[in-house]
Design a protein around this ligand. Structure first.
Ligand code: ADP
Ligand code: MG
Length: 837
């Protein structure tokens, strides 16, 4: 059996799941020791003969191949020496008992954990200064070092000839030190003269093709030792120009074995060169300069971490996945990443696509998904409000709508209604592109709740949206015969006090079925009679805490059902990770008759095209949005240009009514202007992004976005979604004033597709997941250490399936104590695992 297989074998052992190879080996050793004690107790004194401890010594030998701290190795070595000579009777018993009592604490997983979290001061060459410098780069423990992966790898097997070195190139060559010279930097005076020069080490290195100067400032002793004439080195660094000469500053040096062709070039002695280079790592990991420490120190730091700590790290992946995907052990993965073999696949390493990466990324996703599975399991068990309803009633409600629901809407309504009948709180995310018709779905859910005798609350991120929801719900109520039974109310900060007080009274008295509002809904004084359903619109504007606050207001102290709606199209795998504890409903269909918005890109100087389009659209009696980037207090210039633009447009169309809406107006002024636009009293709305989310004016058919390059892709998509809601073909004009790389990429995506999911994918690629999700979502963005949501997306479903399977077999993870505590330690706070159930 190879070392690997042995380790694999240990990991597959059920009892040892979730413990490190070190802990598993200690346990194995203890087992042997206990077996010997057992055997001893069954024999009489006379019977016992000195005995060769074959099994015990073999168990000790298991540690040989493990990467564990040298102090621990020494303790084990001392212990082992007791068993080298055969012992008998009392002496044997004493030795066994002594070993067992020493090993007892070591066999607990916490022992390895503590070793992994010691201060880096225990590392050779790490003084307090370096330790605190590293702490600033979040490197405080061996564990942190193991899980800080190289920024990149250097392929040092591709050797350059010195005469061919190019300025600006990062290169490796083999050469000999031809000359070296140490300049001490002049005399320092007692006043710490700042003018004193730094000590410089300068050397000329060359091969048979040419030579190059290398310099070091404050060269450490190690370097000074290496850089002596006659030494053969492998040199890696950036080639720079210095005073017309090529030069390397602080190149990385590796000593070559003595012997071989001294001035050999890559061509003349390939075999000898290969031999001498074998001792060196051909693929060198690069970590940047954490703590501003010299590269050599940094490299030694990581090397030490791997060599002495890698086998203290436990793996949690179930054996089926490990075997099924032929994954290496965690220890081997750490070694494979930090100390790649010379023949490792350089490109796979560089793009983090090796089996080693796969193992560790899966480990990370697995813990996260176990946390999510735990959370959804806990909330599925939590007692909730069952709201039975009659299917005929719901059918009748749907039939009374002024339009027919799309298939997707019907499916989603059915999913929600099914959840509402269960005696456990619903946690559902409703995702659908702008304009797909989420509001009516929410409305039908509230109606079902009302029929079941419960109240609903619909929370929107802005007053404007809350008002719009209330208004469109009123419209639907007026249009639909049966729907009139639903009593709705609006509660925002701008509702006058008397009205708000009355509304609160009605809510508490159960005289209102559905209340629509903003954050005001979750503030302390609002009391419900029987809250059964909480709906949160545009989740990305809403904190998890607000959601939780609303959850506390449920009837009979029970958690209400929660429906979260978002128009931010998030790729499914990402949604699963971010809202993994929510069930997902997707509306992937737009109401019939919607034509894709025709999108054009304009450059400065094409203002005439815009004016013509406005004339054409308004000539047909349709309305126009002109959007400027957000006006901030500090950006008076932008406000000015928005206002000027409004005036220019007003002057050009004297027969039309132009409104301007921006963040510096009071809420009332803004609402009044919006209301006039909605009613068709104004024709052109010049605004800053306050209209971004959710506004619904079906008669608007032209969207002009100024400085389009300044908007994020999701924002552009949201804005464009404001038009094309009616029957007329809509247009969107993107005016780009400045070319930037990301800006152009965003505009290109906008021209290519109107599909929100494709837009989201593009956005994700341009910005990366962290950025994409924005700060508002940070409450949900899991902090992943190794895994990259985008790069590793394909592994999420693997980890998820496996985690949910584990939880299905072992609810609450009672039979996986190690896994349970690892999940708790890593994600407990983030996922509020203790607060559920
Ligand atoms: P969003 O999902 O972006 O919140 P809305 O709920 O605001 O979308 O709906 C957009 C528009 O589509 C509204 O005017 C709404 O009345 C209308 N609508 C919704 N569902 C349908 C449907 N099935 N058929 C026709 N129009 C619909
Ligand atoms: Mg909406």
């Amino acid at each position: 059996m190879s070392e690997d297989q042995q380790r694999e074998g240990l990991e597959a052992d059920e009892a040892d799941e979730g413990v490190s190879p070190f802990t598993a080996s200690v346990r194995q050793l203890c087992k042997q020791l206990r077996a010997a004690v057992e055997e001893l107790s069954q024999k009489t004194e006379q019977e016992t003969e000195p005995k060769k401890e074959v099994a015990i010594l073999a168990a000790f030998d298991e540690f040989r191949s493990l990467s564990i701290p040298s102090s621990v190795r020494k303790t084990l070595g001392d212990l082992r020496s007791d068993f080298v000579k055969p012992l008998s009777g009392r002496k044997r018993e004493d030795a066994l008992m002594r070993a067992l009592s020493l090993l007892g604490p070591m066999s607990k997983p916490s022992y390895a954990e503590e070793l992994l979290s010691v201060s880096l001061e225990v590392f050779p060459g790490m003084g307090p200064k370096r330790v605190s410098a590293l702490a600033k780069s979040e490197l405080r423990t061996p564990y942190a070092c193991l899980f800080r992966f190289p920024n990149r790898y250097d392929d040092r097997s591709a050797l350059a000839q010195v005469s061919h070195l190019q300025v600006g190139q990062h290169a490796t060559f083999v050469g000999e030190v031809l000359e070296s010279e140490a300049l001490d930097g002049g005399v320092r005076n007692n006043y710490g003269n700042r003018g004193a020069k730094r000590p410089v080490l300068r050397a000329l290195l060359g091969d048979s093709t040419g030579s190059i100067e290398c310099t070091w400032f404050h060269a450490p002793a190690l370097v000074r030792e290496l850089v002596t004439p006659g030494t053969r080195l492998r040199v890696t660094g950036d080639v720079r120009r210095y005073k017309f000469e090529k030069q390397m500053t602080h190149p990385d040096l590796e000593r070559l074995e003595d012997g071989g062709e001294v001035m050999g070039t890559p061509d003349d002695e390939p075999s000898a060169r290969e031999n001498e280079l074998q001792s060196l790592r051909d693929i060198a990991p690069e970590y940047g300069t954490p703590g501003a420490l010299p590269p050599r120190v940094v490299r030694e730091l990581f090397q030490h971490a791997v060599e002495q700590y890698a086998d203290l790290v436990p793996g949690y992946l179930p054996a089926e996945i490990v075997q099924g995907r032929e994954l290496p052990t965690v220890g081997n993965s750490l070694r494979g990443i930090h100390q790649p073999e010379a023949d490792a696949d350089f490109y796979a390493l560089r793009s983090a696509q090796t089996k080693f990466h796969e193992r560790l990324v899966l480990e990370e996703f697995y813990l996260l998904e176990c946390g999510l599975a735990l959370r959804s399991e806990m909330s599925a068990r939590a007692p909730g409000i069952s709201m039975p309803h009659a299917p005929e009633e719901i059918e009748a409600d749907q039939a009374s709508l002024p339009f027919t629901l799309t298939k997707a809407q019907r499916r989603v309504v059915a999913e929600i209604l099914k959840d509402l009948t269960k005696p456990h709180p619903m946690h559902r995310l409703l995702q659908g592109d702008v304009g797909c018709g989420k509001t009516v779905v929410a409305f039908l859910a509230a109606l079902a709740a009302a029929r079941g005798g419960y109240q609903s609350a619909l929370m929107a991120p802005t007053e404007l949206l809350a008002e719009q929801h209330a208004a469109s719900l009123s419209n639907l109520i007026e249009a639909g015969g049966l729907l009139t039974s639903l009593r709705i109310g609006l509660l925002t900060a701008s509702v006058p006090k008397a009205g708000a007080d009355e509304l609160r009274r009605q809510l508490a008295a159960g005289e209102i079925d559905l209340v629509v509002g903003t954050h005001a809904l979750v503030q302390g004084e609002v009391r419900f009679d029987k809250l059964g359903l909480a709906i949160v619109d545009e989740q990305h504007r809403f904190g998890v805490r607000q959601r939780a606050a609303l959850s506390k207001k449920g009837a009979e102290g029970l958690e209400p059902h929660v429906l979260v709606m978002t128009a931010t199209p998030i790729p499914r795998t990402l949604a699963l990770t971010l809202w993994g504890d929510l069930d997902l409903s997707i509306i992937d269909e737009l109401p019939p008759g919607r034509l894709p918005v025709k999108t054009e890109l304009l450059r400065p100087g094409q203002g005439q095209v815009v004016m013509e389009a406005i004339r054409e659209v308004t000539g047909r009696g349709e309305q126009v949005y002109v959007v400027y980037p957000l006006v901030e207090e500090s950006e008076k210039m932008d406000l000015l240009s928005a206002v000027e633009s409004a005036q220019r447009i007003a002057a050009a169309f004297p027969d039309l009514h132009v409104e301007i809406v921006h963040g510096q107006l009071t809420a009332e002024e803004r609402n009044a202007a919006m209301a006039r636009f909605k009613k068709g009293e104004s024709h052109i709305l010049v605004s800053t992004t306050v209209i971004e989310v959710g506004v619904d004016v079906p008669n608007a058919s032209l969207m002009v976005i100024e400085h389009a390059e300044r908007f994020g892709l999701a924002q552009l998509h949201q804005l464009r979604g404001r038009v094309g809601r009616g029957q007329a073909e809509a247009r969107c004009m993107l005016i780009s004033r400045k070319k930037t790389q990301d800006g152009e990429a965003r505009l290109k995506a906008m021209l290519e597709t109107t599909d929100g999911f494709k837009i989201a994918d593009a956005d994700l690629k341009i910005r990366g997941p962290g950025e994409f999700l924005g700060t508002q979502q940070s409450g949900r963005l899991p902090e992943l250490r190794l895994a990259d949501l985008l790069r590793d997306a394909r592994l999420i479903p693997v980890a998820r399936e496996s985690a949910f399977a584990t939880l299905a077999q072992d609810p609450g993870l009672a039979r996986h104590p190690q896994l349970a505590s690892a999940v708790q330690a890593r994600w407990g706070d983030r996922l509020a695992l203790s607060s559920v159930g």
